[in-house]
Design a protein around this ligand. Structure first.
Ligand code: GRF
Length: 202
């Protein structure tokens, strides 16, 4: 299966997928890595590995809808079977979501529906929870609201700060993402996870 990864920053989750895909036994290959930020370190890592990359900066488009269309075109050109948002810090719009219905995954550093949004780790710390976690879900039009595919708990330790807790979560996210994507490409979407945009097979 052909996978395109979208990222905005370090790209350690993308790096984990690339490492997993090095194993010929892994059922997916990352055919391209895209970003909304030209300087994203994850892009440089992909380029070093000879992986195709692309950038679509929101501010270089007249509006969000134009950016969404440009991103959809970049993705469509790579013919992905799956699109994986791994630390991509923008909401994917209708052009992208309608181009790949039920085929866009996201990984989130909390046990959704708890702590959605861009500050999940900070919010979990502030809430004083003793357990948070990682979630891989299908992306729908909402913010971190699509059907959950897999979750794994991560303990919060008394002297955790955001960075330490986030790193602990990311080690789990990496494993969860590699495993969940691997299972998906082999077995397809679990029947419970079809989104409203994709009729479940009769
Ligand atoms: C991950 O925790 C992801 O869930 C969140 O941002 C982090 C990205 O990390 N949205 P990296 O860029 O893959 O290192």
């Amino acid at each position: 299966s052909r996978v395109v990864v979208l990222l905005s920053g370090t790209g350690s989750l993308c790096a984990a997928l690339l490492a997993a895909a090095d194993d010929p036994g892994y059922p997916a290959e990352v055919v391209a890595v895209g970003s909304d930020r030209a300087g994203a370190a994850g892009l440089a890592h992909a380029r070093e590995r000879g992986i195709d990359t692309f950038v679509q900066v929101l501010g270089e488009h007249p509006d969000r809808a134009a950016w969404d269309r440009a991103l959809a075109e970049e993705l469509t050109a790579r013919r992905p079977d799956w699109v994986v948002s791994a630390g991509f810090m923008k909401l994917l719009g209708p052009a992208v979501l309608s181009a790949f219905p039920g085929r866009v995954l996201n990984t989130h550093p909390a046990l959704l529906p708890a702590f959605p949004g861009a500050h999940a780790v900070r919010d979990a710390l502030a809430a004083g929870v003793t357990t948070t976690g990682a979630t891989v879900h299908l992306v729908d039009a909402g913010l971190d609201t699509g059907p959950v595919l897999a979750q794994r708990p991560v303990p919060v330790l008394p002297d955790d700060d955001e960075a330490r807790l986030h790193e602990r979560i990311k080690t789990v996210e990496r494993e969860l993402l590699v495993q969940t994507l691997g299972d998906l490409v082999v077995a397809g979407l679990p029947p419970t996870a079809t989104t409203t945009t994709e009729e479940s097979p009769r």
